[in-house]
Design a protein around this ligand. Structure first.
Ligand code: 13P
Length: 255
């Protein structure tokens, strides 16, 4: 059975000092559970501070929000997978819709980033999701399939088993309007069917997490779905108590 993943994407929030305060507070309330993995994804400039504030028995690990596909070079303002690995990151978010929409990231770039992450032993959390217009036009499946196939192009079965897919409908991000359980489960099951048709039974090992206005109020129902293996949380992860509540609900939920 898959281990659920709850990842907190802090986006561009909190200074390094605030990040460390979060770690101290979060440690007091985070549940102890072998059935979930928990990730904190602070901004790049807080990764070192969070890593230093973490202890060896912490129940959460460190993730980054993005990476460049080259290991080093003349890429002003960019951060490489090698650097993230050296800082103690275990995972990295790739192809978040804000990167795709605001920074014009393409499926081809997402693919290069996924490969760079794997090369540096970072587990990629690959985001896919449709806009409201695409959903209303009936294109949801075509869009997420295209993002998935192109984003994961060239990966073998062994690599696929380490990937987490995040389904984040763009219309649900930061809007307070989460997808319904039925809408989310339908797309998650579809994504798993695509992984099965492309890579076979390894699809059963691939985590598919939901993101988009996840809160302590709506998380439980999502976690009871067969194909929803956790959450990528934005706003609700900024408060240690509410993020810990979501983690606790994930730890308690049965598939
Ligand atoms: P919100 O939870 O704020 O909607 O953000 C979701 C998200 O984009 C996580 O990556």
């Amino acid at each position: 059975m898959r281990t659920r993943l709850i990842a907190g994407n802090w986006k561009m929030h909190k200074t390094a000092t605030e990040a460390v305060e979060f770690v101290y507070e979060f440690r007091k309330v985070v549940p102890i559970s072998p059935t979930i993995d928990i990730l904190l994804a602070p901004p790049f400039v807080s990764l070192y501070a969070v890593q230093q504030a973490m202890t060896t028995d912490d129940r959460f690990a460190l993730a980054a929000q993005n990476l460049h596909w080259e290991a080093e070079g003349a890429f002003t303002g960019e951060i490489s997978g090698a650097m993230l690995q050296a800082l103690g990151c275990s995972s990295v978010i790739v192809g978040h819709s804000e990167r795709r929409q605001l920074f014009s990231e393409s499926n081809e770039e997402v693919n290069k980033k996924v490969k760079a992450a794997l090369k540096h032993k970072l587990l990629p959390i690959v985001c896919v999701g449709e806009t409201l217009e695409e959903r209303e036009a009936g294109h949801t499946q075509a869009i997420v399939k295209d993002q998935l196939i192109k984003g994961l192009s060239g990966l073998d079965v062994e690599n696929i088993s380490t990937i987490t897919i995040a389904y984040e409908p763009v219309w649900a991000i930061g809007t307070g309007r989460a997808a319904t359980v039925e809408q989310a489960e339908e797309v998650h099951a579809f994504l798993r069917s695509i992984v099965t048709s492309e890579w076979g039974s390894v699809a059963q090992d691939v985590r598919i997490v939901y993101g988009g206005s996840v809160s302590p109020q709506n998380a439980e129902a999502l976690f009871h779905c067969t194909d929803i293996d956790g959450a990528l949380v934005g706003k609700a992860c900024l408060d240690p108590t509410s993020f810990a509540s979501i983690c606790r609900l994930a730890a308690q939920a049965s598939y």
